[in-house]
Design a protein around this ligand. Structure first.
Ligand code: SF4
Length: 302
């Protein structure tokens, strides 16, 4: 559905009190396919480049080099986004009915009656009652607001949804409801999702495939069940080790240090400064992708 080829994204930031600028190398040579009807998860620590990659996919971030190809001309109708904080993505001064009407009023020439009928259809689709249309965002719980934000994202019948940490701002008790709603939308309507989250348990439940990012590179990608059953890259093992599992203490790999700055990328394998399996050549040489369906970038598999 979407093909990303050798994508690089970088931007400049101020250095702070020292003055001057530095270049942040946020995405470094990502090649990836998002397949029709799948949920592809991007996993990794904050600062690993997953949100920048996602914004570049939606053309919200300029790319330095590389290519992204889409099956549609009009990206606004083809793709929509669901954000982490539903309260921030809804206008507090607008009734829900007006918030939901807006994308259709701007992008179509449908009659008022037709627009209202679609609004009612979408609000039911996300499990809410028509009576909530006359209310304002502050009158809802966090989970209900996220349902409304999802309804708004669905107004133009997109084929592709980018969900950026869609449940991490919600109470744990509500998270499962929203996760199930996303799964239902995928299964019933064939929607394609790019799911960005640091929460490996959300990925395990929702994603068909998982791509693990480290300092702007995909270091491992495969079917979610394969990534969880047989993680190959030392970084993936560490990410999975960070998920609390009392009975799997022996699998735990603890990482040394913090994520290096994307302004000053390590040479060789970008993970070598923290890798428990580091070898001499990892410090100077860059590993290439190995594998067909379960792909890893690490010298341990060459
Ligand atoms: Fe670790 Fe070397 Fe593999 Fe990089 S290439 S993940 S440093 S073993």
């Amino acid at each position: 559905m979407i093909k990303i080829n050798d994508l690089y994204v970088e931007y400049q930031v101020n250095k702070g009190i020292l003055g001057g600028k530095q270049i942040i190398h946020a995405v470094n040579g990502v090649t990836l396919e998002i397949k029709k009807g799948e949920i592809l998860a991007l996993a990794g620590e904050s600062g690993c480049g997953k949100s920048t990659l996602a914004k570049a996919v939606l053309q919200l971030e300029p790319i330095k080099s590389g290519e992204i190809t889409y099956p549609a001309q009009d990206l606004r109708k083809f793709a929509q986004m669901v954000f982490q904080n539903p309260y921030a993505s809804l206008n507090p001064k607008m009734k829900i009915v007006d918030t939901l009407k807006e994308p259709l009023e701007i992008n179509t020439d449908y009659s008022k009656d037709k627009i209202l009928a679609i609004v009612k259809e979408k609000i039911k689709l996300v499990g809410l009652d028509e009576s909530c249309l006359e209310l304002y965002p502050h009158e809802f719980s966090g989970g209900q607001r996220q349902r409304i934000a999802i309804a708004r994202a669905l107004m133009l019948n997109p084929e592709f949804i980018l969900a950026d940490e869609p449940v991490s701002a919600l109470d744990v008790s509500i998270q499962a409801q929203i996760i199930n709603l996303l799964k239902e939308l995928k299964e019933k309507y064939g929607l394609t999702f790019l799911l960005i989250t640091h929460d490996m348990s959300v990925i395990k439940y929702l994603a068909d495939r998982t791509a693990v990012m480290y300092l702007g590179e995909i270091v491992e990608i495969g079917k979610t069940e394969d990534i969880f059953a047989n993680p190959l890259h030392p970084y993936t093992k560490a990410l999975l080790g960070a998920v609390p599992q009392i009975d799997k203490k022996d699998k735990k790999v603890l990482l040394k240090g913090d994520l290096p700055s994307p302004a000053d990328l390590p040479k060789g394998c970008k993970f070598h400064t923290r890798c428990p399996r580091v070898m001499e050549k990892c410090k100077t040489c860059h590993p290439q992708e190995k594998g067909l369906n379960h792909i890893v970038k690490c010298f341990l598999y060459e």
